[in-house]
Design a protein around this ligand. Structure first.
Ligand code: AOF
Ligand code: ZN
Length: 368
């Protein structure tokens, strides 16, 4: 920025920047940033970096030490009020004798939900809520969904040609989008707790489903939806034991194959009695296993089924400036389809951005 004006927003922006860089490393916990300012000087900085370890406020306040007295605390999420894996942050702020707390957004966690702010006010601290609130809320969209529904926040990512296809008529799909988009996808893998594909995609592409970036990054848990347990035992994702593999199947699937997959290191989960994996049940089971976010990477059939059953929360589509034709070429959402345009699933809060030569569309499906 050319002119760096100092105001509340400057410090909240700094807190958001710190928090957002930790996305992908806090497990089911939100990312949170905190800045403590006293007498015109930054005296403490902190971010929540790992589940079970210090909350953002604790790090920032311990850096500030006695300088926290009379200070303003900027925090991207309402300070917690509960005894979780760490003591309540609101008590820590009260003990530190801060004069004012600026909060970006409230904590939707039912055990907090306004209680942190109320406790601070009861202690006579001035609390202001809402500065850069929607940005902070968006940064924790997966946490917000998981903590209130106990279901994973599902982002479907797909790359298609200008004529809406994800592969040629022979099935070739390497690559639809350009290198910049693909690098962004690997960042998304780092930021999501799990990545999910259908068995057909696992068979056709034999993917590793790991995160490959210029810097080392976190590898997501790898999930394969495989009602008939067709995943080969020598699949790359089983051989590459870099992160856990979960295979979602049905009760009637072959017991010997199930044992063999388990022996190869996979966890096999039954999702209904078939013939196909009950996807809603799958999301319930994955939520039970504390998988808070999933990046869904195809194929078209699985994307379509997830969307049709209202299980997709966010859509990220890359459109590459290429035309490949072919009536039989598959598309991003391969489901039976609607009869009338009025039935279409529309994206809300849509944004459009150019990434390299591709157009990237992000939106949130509105289910009727
Ligand atoms: C804060 N500051 O930095 C974070 C908060 O895993 P626990 O037991 O330590 O607690 C996690 C919960 O605490 C989480 O669900 C959310 O409600 C809140 N996270 N709160 O004041 C932080 N990470
Ligand atoms: Zn806390």
């Amino acid at each position: 920025m050319f002119m760096d004006v100092l105001n509340d927003e400057t410090y909240m922006r700094l807190a958001i920047d710190m928090a957002s860089k930790a996305k992908g490393q806090t497990d089911i916990n939100p990312v949170v940033g905190c800045v403590v300012v006293n007498d015109g000087r930054i005296v403490g900085l902190g971010a929540h970096l790992k589940r079970g370890e210090g909350h953002a406020e604790v790090h920032a306040l311990s850096m500030a030490g006695p300088a926290a007295e009379g200070a303003t605390v900027y925090v991207t999420l309402e300070p917690c009020s509960h005894h979780g894996r760490t003591p309540p942050c609101c008590e820590r702020i009260i003990e530190a004798k801060a004069a004012r707390v600026v909060v970006a957004c409230t904590d939707p966690n039912p055990v907090v939900a306004g209680r942190g702010i109320a406790k601070l006010r009861e202690a006579g601290i001035v609390v202001e809520v809402g500065l850069l609130g929607s940005e902070s809320e968006k940064m924790n969209e997966a946490f917000n969904t998981f903590i209130t529904t106990r279901r994973p926040f599902v982002t479907v990512k797909s790359a298609m040609t200008l004529d809406g296809k994800i592969a040629t008529k022979t099935g070739d799909s390497r690559y639809v989008s350009g290198p910049e988009s693909r690098e962004f996808v690997h960042t998304l893998r780092h930021q999501n707790m799990a990545i999910m594909v259908g068995a057909q995609t696992a068979l056709a592409d034999d993917p590793e489903l790991t995160t490959r970036l210029q810097v080392p990054a976190v590898h997501p848990i790898r999930i394969v939806v495989d009602s008939k347990l067709r995943l080969p035992l020598d699949a790359k994702l089983l051989r590459e034991r870099i992160s856990p593999v979960i295979v979602l199947t049905t009760e009637g699937a072959d017991a010997n194959k199930r044992q063999a997959l388990e022996a190869a290191g996979a966890q096999v989960l039954n999702c209904g009695s078939g013939p196909q994996v009950d996807l809603a049940e799958a999301m319930r089971l994955l939520g039970e296993q504390e998988i808070a976010s999933i990046l869904l990477e195809g194929g078209g059939k699985l994307n379509g089924a997830m969307l049709e059953q209202s299980l997709v929360h966010k859509v990220i589509l890359f459109i590459a400036p290429k035309i490949i034709g072919g009536a039989a070429s598959p598309s991003s959402f391969d489901f039976e389809g609607f009869e009338r345009m009025a039935e279409a699933i529309e994206l809300t809060r849509m944004t459009v951005e150019q990434i390299g030569n591709d157009v990237c569309i992000v939106g949130y499906p509105a289910y009727g």
